[in-house]
Design a protein around this ligand. Structure first.
Ligand SMILES: NC(=O)c1ccc[n+]([C@@H]2O[C@H](COP(=O)([O-])OP(=O)(O)OC[C@H]3O[C@@H](n4cnc5c(N)ncnc54)[C@H](OP(=O)(O)O)[C@@H]3O)[C@@H](O)[C@H]2O)c1
Length: 322
């Protein structure tokens, strides 16, 4: 179908706790690197990886779906990966296939302290971070009127705050390196609100706008940010990762219309998204925003056109606001 607080710094994380980072067996107690506190700049970069050097990836939500595809593609390309999820057991086969190049991190991105600790352990594992993919996410389907406070807060905790905590945790390391690429997996849904997926769109819209600011703030440190807007991919987002509201009957006709529309959409192979992401991270000047998939591209283009038209239609009235 188309359609994760606290305030701990990496330096405060417990350096003796190896429980979160695993290889095929748990990693022994590697000392955590202290989070850099100095302000680095791009000009200080001496250790930036070139496209031919093996990169180090940190991927959240790496156990299934798109995240797993990203991890697999990076490993196949010769890179090293720290793959994070609440349950990392589905990645056991990749650990075996890519011996020593995939480290598993049991992490709930909604837990800010755990995120800072996990990122420090990831840096300790491979000595650096080159590509950080904020991919962990969940689905929430239901009308705006139906969604409960607990549902929407839990949803934003994963889709927005999780990515925010990881972005905050990795920045000191990337700044110190003078290089790094933060990839934010948003959605075509971040472009506008859609009936029944409004809160999903809202969480991705928040990620979208935060990432635009982050791109501007991080640029002078040599850190790149790309916002990725995938269309529909065959994953477990709308099965295992889905929360549904209790349906209010008044929306039955609209639900029927939406079901018909969604039923007609065709989801793509996550491997295709992964292949494209590899090309993006290879670019010297990667895009700040990239749409994944033709249908998503067409839809976003149409939404942008309609929005421009609507704003222009009321230009005269708008200017009376000065
Ligand atoms: N599939 C699509 O059509 C599509 C379209 C647009 C955007 N996206 C976005 O793509 C990203 C990946 O989604 P997907 O489709 O691959 O979904 P998926 O198959 O359900 O995978 C979601 C991943 O996120 C992890 N995750 C969920 N909650 C987490 C938490 N609190 N902490 C850490 N990890 C967590 C899951 O592992 P655990 O449950 O073990 O933690 C899993 O690895 C999401 O951000 C989604 O919004 C997907």
């Amino acid at each position: 179908m188309t359609t994760a607080t606290g305030s701990t710094s990496p330096a405060q994380a417990d350096p003796t706790d190896p429980s979160h980072l695993e290889e095929s067996t748990r990693m022994t107690t590697t000392a955590l690197p202290t989070a850099p506190t100095t302000t680095g700049t791009a000009t200080r970069a001496t250790s930036a990886a070139t496209p031919r050097d093996p990169r180090v990836w940190f991927i959240t939500g790496a156990s299934r779906g798109l995240g797993r595809a990203f991890a697999q593609a990076a490993l196949a390309a010769g890179d090293r990966v720290v793959g994070a999820a609440r349950d990392v057991t589905p990645l056991a086969d990749l650990v075996a296939a890519y011996e020593g190049r995939l480290r598993l991190l049991t992490l709930d991105v909604t837990d800010r302290d755990a995120v800072f600790h996990g990122v420090a352990r990831a840096v300790a594992a491979f000595g650096r971070l080159d590509v950080v993919v904020n991919n962990a996410g969940a689905g929430l389907i239901g009308m705006v009127e139906e969604v409960t406070e607990a549902q929407v807060r839990a949803h934003f905790d994963v889709n927005f705050f999780g990515a925010l905590w990881v972005s905050q945790a990795v920045l000191p390391y990337l700044r110190e390196q003078g290089s790094g690429h933060i990839v934010q997996i948003s959605s075509m849904g971040s472009t506008a609100g859609f009936a029944a997926t409004g809160l999903y769109s809202a969480s991705k819209g928040a990620l979208d706008n935060m990432s635009g600011a982050l791109a501007m703030e991080a640029a002078s440190f040599g850190v790149k940010v790309t916002l990725v807007q995938p269309g529909g991919y065959e994953t477990t987002l709308f099965t295992l990762g889905l929360t549904l509201t209790t349906e209010n009957e008044v929306y039955a006709p609209l639900r029927a219309e939406l079901a018909k529309m969604w039923g007609e959409s065709k989801d793509a192979d996550p491997a295709k998204a992964a292949a494209l992401l590899l090309r993006v991270v290879d670019m010297a000047e990667p895009p700040r925003r990239i749409v994944l998939g033709g249908a998503a591209y067409d839809m976003i283009a149409e939404l942008d056109r309609a929005r421009r038209e609507e704003v222009a239609r009321w230009e005269e009235l708008s200017r009376e606001g000065d």
